[in-house]
Design a protein around this ligand. Structure first.
Ligand code: PEP
Length: 237
């Protein structure tokens, strides 16, 4: 099956562009997921439903009602999403999402059976205190969340910057996350690395035993690069 490659398209692609991207993958197997804007979930699902899971990038903390501009777990599920990213650093830092918001979103995701890719990571200023930063972000999880949860370690300073964490950085962070989850909940958890992953550096990252896959922003927008990442992830096992 290979290690997992998750695309985070962020706020990119029209429906036509998403369909064009998916046409490159409609006959290809691989262990990948595409997390896209709400308008793209249904078209991507229609193109790839037999081969890959489709995901949202966020859901509303509330179930339904008077929350103008928000999109609910039930809506993304209805459009074809099986997964949602929660706690991406752009949500935490640009939209000021807090641990309290994320706790509510986790509850709603659990209620609607959405698998969660839960992002954690430290800023450059926080790097020396990485353990306390990651633990603070992980502390909101409960045993119930962990049934089907994937964690993505994404150092904020490596997202979209071209800077990749060193092997040592990744080993340290993934160990903190995996040990915390095992110690507190008794579960093993899959941990992805994210932050400027591209075809040129993917093999080095994916060969690490503690890395169960990658979460990819920029390089996931190009079908040729994305396919190369899936191939690499499939070969490292
Ligand atoms: C991301 O958006 O989660 C990400 C890791 O972006 P990039 O690969 O562009 O750094």
């Amino acid at each position: 099956m290979g290690k997992l490659v998750v695309a985070n398209w962020k706020m990119n692609k029209t429906i036509g562009e998403a369909e064009e991207f998916c046409s490159h993958f409609d006959k290809r197997a691989g262990n990948y997921m595409i997390c896209c804007s709400a308008t793209l979930i249904k078209p991507v699902f229609d193109c790839l439903k037999d081969r890959s899971k489709v995901g949202a990038q966020n859901i509303c903390a509330y179930e339904e009602g008077a929350y103008t501009g928000e999109i609910s777990a039930k809506m993304v599920k209805d459009a074809g999403a099986d997964v949602t990213i929660l706690g991406h650093s752009e949500r935490r830092h640009i939209f000021n999402e807090t641990n309290d918001d994320l706790r509510k979103k986790l509850d709603i995701a659990n209620k609607y059976g959405l698998q969660v890719i839960f992002c954690v990571g430290e800023t450059l200023e926080e790097h020396d205190n990485i353990e306390s930063v990651l633990v603070n972000q992980l502390e909101i999880l409960t045993k119930e969340d962990l049934g089907n949860l994937i964690i993505a370690y994404e150092p904020v300073w490596a997202i979209g910057t071209g800077k990749v964490a060193t092997e040592e950085d990744i080993l340290v962070a993934h160990k903190i996350v995996k040990d915390y989850v095992k110690r507190n909940y008794g579960n093993d958890v899959k941990v992805l690395y994210g932050g400027s992953v591209k075809p040129e550096n993917a093999a080095e990252i994916l060969k690490l035993n503690c890395v169960d896959g990658v979460l990819v922003g920029g390089a996931s927008l190009d079908p040729v690069k994305f396919e190369s990442l899936i191939k690499t992830a499939n070969e490292v096992l």
